[in-house]
Design a protein. Structure first.
Ligand code: URA
Length: 195
C-alpha cells in the first residue's frame, strides 16, 4: 500500500494549488489487489462529511449492488473519478447542492485516477454512469447506453463492466430492469471464475 500512500500525497500536493483547493478530498478505499474496483462520479454530501466514498444513500445502493453480485464491501476497492464534492449554491435555499463535475475537475483528477487503477490493479473495473466510463475508456464520446452490461476488454488487460449510475436508475424506473439484468450478468461472470 506504500505506492498508494505516495500517490495520495502527490494528489494532495497538486490539489493544494488548484481553484478547488479548499474542498475536502475523499479518497478511494478497499481491498489491496481486489477482484473488482468500482468507480463512481464524485462524492456527495455524506461522503464529504465522513471522508469516505459511497456512504449514506449511495452506500445503501452499493450494499444492494454487492448483495446482488455476491461480494462483500471489504473484497472490493471503491473510488470516484473526481475526489471532491462538486457543488453549486441553490438559488432557493442558498445552500450547497450537488452538481455534475466540471471539465476542469475531471481533467485534474483523471491522471490520478489512471494511476490509482494501476496501483490498485483490479481485474475488473465497474464504472457507474458516463463520467467514469469516459475516464476509463479515454473515449469522450462513449455513452453508457452502448456499453452497459457488457464485458469490455481494456488495452491494459483489465476488463471493464459499465453500469448505469444507481441514481439514474432511481430517477428512471424503466432502467431498473436493465440495471438488474446487468447485475445478473456481472454475477454470472464473477461466478464463472476468474483465472
Ligand atoms: N457517492 C460517491 O462516492 N460516488 C458517486 O458516484 C455517488 C455517490
Amino acid at each position: 500500500m506504500e505506492r498508494l500512500e505516495q500517490w495520495k500525497q502527490r494528489l494532495l500536493e497538486a490539489h493544494s494549488s488548484t481553484p478547488f483547493a479548499e474542498k475536502k478530498i475523499v479518497f478511494g478505499e478497499g481491498a489491496a489487489a481486489p477482484v473488482l474496483m468500482m468507480i463512481g462520479e464524485a462524492p456527495g454530501g455524506d461522503e464529504e462529511k465522513q471522508g469516505r466514498p459511497f456512504v449514506g444513500k449511495a452506500g445503501k445502493n452499493l450494499s444492494a449492488f454487492l448483495e446482488k453480485v455476491g461480494l462483500e464491501r471489504e473484497e472490493i476497492y471503491i473510488s470516484n473519478v473526481v475526489k471532491l464534492r462538486p457543488t453549486k449554491e441553490s438559488p432557493k435555499t442558498g445552500r450547497a447542492v450537488n452538481r455534475p463535475p466540471s471539465g476542469e475537475e475531471i481533467e485534474f483528477f483523471l491522471p490520478f485516477l489512471l494511476e490509482e487503477i494501476n496501483i490498485v490493479s483490479p481485474k475488473i473495473i465497474v464504472t457507474l454512469g458516463n463520467v467514469p466510463l469516459k475516464a476509463v475508456t479515454g473515449d469522450k464520446s462513449a455513452v453508457i447506453g452502448d456499453f452497459h452490461g457488457k464485458l469490455q476488454p481494456l488495452p491494459d488487460g483489465r476488463i471493464l463492466f459499465a453500469l448505469y449510475h444507481p441514481a439514474a436508475v432511481i430517477y428512471n424506473r424503466a432502467l431498473q430492469e436493465v440495471y438488474d439484468k446487468d447485475l445478473t450478468a456481472l454475477r454470472e461472470f464473477l461466478e464463472g471464475g476468474l483465472s
